[in-house]
Every structure is written in C-alpha cells, then in structure tokens.
Design a protein around this ligand. Structure first.
Ligand SMILES: Nc1ncnc2c1ncn2[C@@H]1O[C@H](COP(=O)(O)OP(=O)(O)OP(=O)(O)O)[C@@H](O)[C@H]1O
Ligand SMILES: [Mg+2]
Length: 264
C-alpha cells in the first residue's frame, strides 16, 4: 500500500545569503536564510528594520540576485511563478486602474480582451468597478493598495510576495484591508509570504510567523499561529495565548533592536 505523498512545498529557500557592496565594503544583508512554504499557506515575516526582509522577497521574486544558496519555486512553468506587491502600491501613475491590473497579465501571454475582462473581474472583487477608468492619484491610499493586491491576484500566480502591503495605511483602513486580504486568500488559496512590521497583523493573518534577526538576517523563530480561522483581531486579542505570542515575538525583536542601538 502506498502512503499518500504530501504536496511539495511551493517555495524553498536553502541557506540564502546576500552581500551588497557599499564601495569596497561588504554589507551582509542575509546569511544562511532558509525556509519552506507549504502550498496554499499564509506566512508572515517580521524583523528589525534593515535585516534583509525586502532583499529576501526580491530574491524570491527574481528581482535581485542572491550571493549564495538556492531558491526553488515549485510553479516554475507558470509565466509569473511569484507575483509581487510593493509597499506604496507600485502602480504606474500614467495608467488607468484597469490598465494597471491588466498589465500584470501581459507576461502571461493572455490576449487583450481576456486581460481586460480578468482585470474587470478582479476590480469588482475588490469593490473598485467604478474606478476602472480612474488614475492612481484619484484614489485613496487604501484603494490604491486594493488595486495593487488585485493586480497580483489577477496574474494567477500561485505565489504572492507582499512587502508591507498595508504599511502606509491608517489603523482603521488597515484592519479592513486585513479582512479583505484574508477573504481573498481563503477563496484563492495562494501561497502568500508577507512582510509586516506589525506583530498583531502577523498573528491575525499568518498560519506561521517567521521572526528574523537583525542584519545579517537569519531565522530566529518559526511560530505556528494557534488560532482557528476565520479570525479577527477583535476576537483574539484578549486571549492569553495571543498576548503570550505577541510578547514572545516582541521580546525577540527588542533584543535585536537593543543590540543594533549598542552597535550604533
Ligand atoms: N541595492 C542595495 N545596495 C546596497 N545595500 C543595500 C541594497 N538594498 C538593500 N541594502 C542593504 O541591505 C540591508 C537590508 O535591506 P532591506 O531593504 O532588505 O531591509 P528590510 O529588512 O526590508 O528593512 P525595512 O524593514 O526597513 O524595510 C540594509 O542594510 C540595506 O542598506
Ligand atoms: Mg523592507
């Protein structure tokens, strides 16, 4: 009798290192950073500023070369193996909202009519149908991030890399967007890797929270979030398990922040 084999991880990073050069001085941004992301999982990364989070996402997304180590994205035959959502949306200001969303599909070889209808469908899912012909500057910050998120989902890419996608939003908009992002993810079950500076957000959104050390970034802790889904911050924040988890993450981050200050 054969045992069922588990699906291969959607993303594997094996001892990834990255050195930048500032003149002739090497700056180690990442050192032996490894992780595996289960297909369809939602993973959050937290870590001190400058520890290499964006660098790591950029390496996974093929936007940056690594110095050492290996990266495997299982869906290599997809035209966009991993789609990217930037902090500050990264929309093209000269393109309409609809064209921004459709743009992500160009590389997939889909024809113009289908690009347009897919873009429309995704704008509808993020409740922005009426703004299809508007330009990014005519939207609020939250609306722009919804466009950026719709653009990433619309590519059909199985892996979404999100670098502080909600970082620039006010607290209320941010909470609403967390709920919207969760619903989209629950419906689509993409593999999401999201960087955030907000510990509560990491716990509310993630199946796992990865805590990185200060530069050079390495993995300090890999925490499985124990709360059932669907979950909301307002429902879990008074749970002692939530406060314990928040303290555990905060203690790890504080040690590194203090260390960085002593070195400065
Ligand atoms: N293109 C580059 N050239 C030189 N150094 C770089 C470059 N990009 C990043 N670095 C350096 O690599 C380190 C990690 O940067 P990175 O942007 O990945 O950090 P981060 O964890 O995303 O920080 P933050 O939380 O502030 O966004 C930093 O010291 C940064 O100065
Ligand atoms: Mg960053």
């Amino acid at each position: 009798m054969s045992t069922p084999t588990a699906a291969p991880p959607a993303v594997v990073a094996d001892t990834v290192s990255k050195v930048f050069f500032s003149g002739s001085t090497p700056v180690w941004a990442l050192e032996d950073f490894s992780l595996q992301l289960e297909d369809g999982s939602f993973t959050c990364i937290v870590g001190p500023s400058g520890c290499g989070k964006s660098t790591f996402l950029r390496i996974l997304g093929g936007l940056e070369e690594r110095t050492d180590g290996a990266v495997t994205i299982s869906a290599v035959d997809h035209p966009i193996p991993a789609a990217y959502v930037f902090q500050e949306h990264g929309l093209f200001p000269w393109m309409s909202v609809e064209d921004n969303v459709a743009f992500g599909l160009r590389m997939t070889g889909v024809g113009a009519a289908e690009r347009r209808s897919t873009a429309r469908a995704w704008l509808s899912r993020v409740r922005l149908d009426e703004f299809a012909r508007a330009y990014p500057h005519q939207l609020s910050g939250g609306m722009r991030q919804r466009v950026a998120i719709a653009r990433a989902f619309a590519t059909g890419s199985p892996v979404l890399l999100m670098d502080e996608p909600l970082g620039a939003l006010d607290a209320q908009t941010r909470m609403l967007m967390q709920e919207e992002l969760t619903s989209l993810w629950e419906a689509e079950r993409k593999t999401v890797l999201m960087v955030t500076h907000d510990i509560d957000e990491a716990i509310v959104l993630g199946d796992r929270v990865l805590v990185m050390s200060g530069r050079p970034g390495t993995l300090r802790d890999d925490i499985t979030v124990p709360f059932e889904r669907p979950r909301r911050l307002t429902e879990i924040e008074r749970d002692p398990a939530f406060t314990a988890l928040r303290s555990r993450i905060w203690d790890l981050l504080r040690e590194d922040a203090q260390h960085a200050e002593e070195e400065a």
